[in-house]
Write a protein that binds this ligand. Structure first.
Ligand SMILES: Cc1ncc(COP(=O)(O)O)c(C=O)c1O
Ligand SMILES: N[C@@H](CCOP(=O)(O)O)C(=O)O
Length: 461
């Protein structure tokens, strides 16, 4: 399998190279040149597979030729061994034909563990084989950071620098990152927002000279391997409610567009998906784009769902690539205009986006109402991101005979502020995190300056 850049200027790469490259050297994102696709019969034959077996089936075509099958199977087994539910991604019914897919059963209690537990192992394997090392720079609005640290901290081949927006992640999220004190783990609180952090990471890929010869890698969903691993749970959940013999719909709390893009790919691969609903908080650029063709950048709001406080949504570029007939020159031009301010899509590109996605926006008040109402009706406690997903599901659901699955992207224990504002009691921390608030923290606070951040990294590698 070859991977090509959305901007059309970078060389096509193999899986191993894409895994280590992160972002393409033309500033684009890598995407498979072609996707595997499966018939109804083939998909139906996977119904009795375990999550790990299904993960191997779905991801194998993307890595074949680069990772030996036995090693890949072992990595998958190890990656999901620390999840606290035998189904790995269990489903909970919240209404008639309405389901919540719990993606927070991994070690850091967010959906990021699905990909990052595997990514760390894949990187380590390829780096060991090549005798190379990698400097990871990642940006987080709260969840990617801890999952990436958890997935990479034991590697002898990786140094990992995580940038989070100062005082804009929850205390649980911050402590999950900053209490991991290892020689190869560095936490930086940037006096800015998530977009600033992500912008610094992307700019660092374009000119890596500050690394004095070391090579930069990515743990964010700009890295193709992240998306690949997230495709699996669309298939596992759909199979459990009767697909491919019936259609299924998904609602996805969305920020960087990585998670829902994996759902879009599952559909291309043959999964009969009826609706893909993009659920956003007040930072609603994706909702505005889908509903009104308004892709203008506005200032970023601080919300009760901090992990979705994102305006520059990296993976939307991957979708726009398809929406523009995979023409890299068009994407180059579009992204340049986007970086300068606002953009509207041409009619056919907008139509493409509207044909594939529905969208809905929920503000903080609405988020608290959903948490409160669902809890009083079912005793099930939602995290604020999932609450936004569920509300969007209910508002956008066109055919109630089609099961609607909302992705529960994080555990509510990570967001006590929202849970308490909704009038509910925050649950207690799970056993492995019981002493989180007593653990020593280590992080540096830096100005919102790429020069300062790059100097910090260069001084420590
Ligand atoms: C809890 C939670 N929900 C939703 C999202 C949005 O996911 P994506 O960025 O893949 O759109 C994130 C962050 O990415 C998150 O941490
Ligand atoms: N919400 C994310 C933001 C980064 O997204 P990613 O999926 O591209 O890593 C977070 O929690 O950090």
């Amino acid at each position: 399998m070859k991977y090509i850049s959305t901007r059309g200027q970078a060389p096509a790469l193999s899986f191993g190279d894409v895994l280590l490259a992160g972002l393409a050297n033309d500033g684009g994102l890598y995407i498979p040149e072609t996707l595997p696709s499966y018939t109804k019969e083939e998909i139906a034959s996977w119904a009795s597979l375990s999550y790990q077996e299904l993960a191997f089936k779905i991801m194998w075509p993307f890595v074949e030729g680069e990772i030996p099958a036995d090693d890949f199977k072992r990595m998958i087994d190890e990656a999901y061994s620390s999840f606290n539910h035998t189904s790995i991604a269990p489903m909970v019914q919240t209404g008639n034909n309405e389901w919540v897919l719990e993606l927070f059963r991994g070690p850091t209690l967010a959906f990021k563990d699905f990909a990052l537990q595997l990514l760390g192992r894949l990187m380590d394997f390829v780096l060991e084989k090549r005798g190379e090392k990698l400097v990871i720079m990642g940006a987080t609005s709260g969840d990617t950071g801890s999952a990436a640290i958890e997935g990479c901290r034991h590697s002898e081949h990786l140094d990992i620098f995580i940038l989070h927006p100062y005082q804009r992640v929850s205390e649980v999220q911050r402590r999950q990152m900053t209490t991991i004190i290892d020689d190869n783990v560095f936490n930086i609180a940037v006096k800015g927002n998530f977009d600033d952090c992500q912008g610094m990471v992307k700019t660092s890929f374009a000119d890596q000279s500050f690394l004095k010869g070391a090579k930069l890698g990515a743990v964010n969903s700009i890295n193709w391997a992240r998306i690949m691993a997230q495709i699996v749970y669309y298939f596992s959940s759909a199979l459990s409610v009767g697909a491919p013999h019936r259609k299924v719909s998904f609602s996805v709390p969305t920020g960087n567009f990585g998670d829902i893009f994996a759902g879009y790919l599952a559909k291309q691969m043959g999964l009969p998906i009826d609706q893909l609903v993009v659920a956003t908080n007040q930072n609603d650029i994706l909702h505005r784009t889908i509903a009104e063709n308004d892709m203008s950048r506005q200032s970023l709001n601080v919300t009760l769902s901090p992990s979705m406080d994102i305006m520059v949504s990296s993976n939307f570029e991957r979708l726009l690539f398809d929406a523009h007939g995979r023409d890299g020159d068009k994407i180059n031009d579009l992204m340049q205009r986007f970086n300068q301010g606002d953009v509207t899509l041409d009619d056919s590109a907008w139509q493409f986006v509207k044909d594939n996605f529905d969208s809905y926006k929920v503000d903080d008040e609405g988020t608290c109402d959903v948490i409160a109402n669902v809890f009083s009706e079912t005793q099930y406690l939602l995290d604020p991101h999932t609450a936004i997903g569920l509300e969007a599901a209910r508002k956008c659901w066109k055919d109630k005979s089609v099961p609607m699955i909302t992705l529960a992207t994080a555990h509510p224990v990570k967001f006590p502020e929202a849970v308490e504002k909704a009038g509910c009691e925050s649950p207690s921390l799970p056993e492995h995190m019981k002493d989180l608030f007593e653990r020593e923290e280590s992080y540096d606070v830096l100005d919102n300056s790429i020069a300062d951040v790059q100097q910090f990294v260069a001084d420590r590698i």
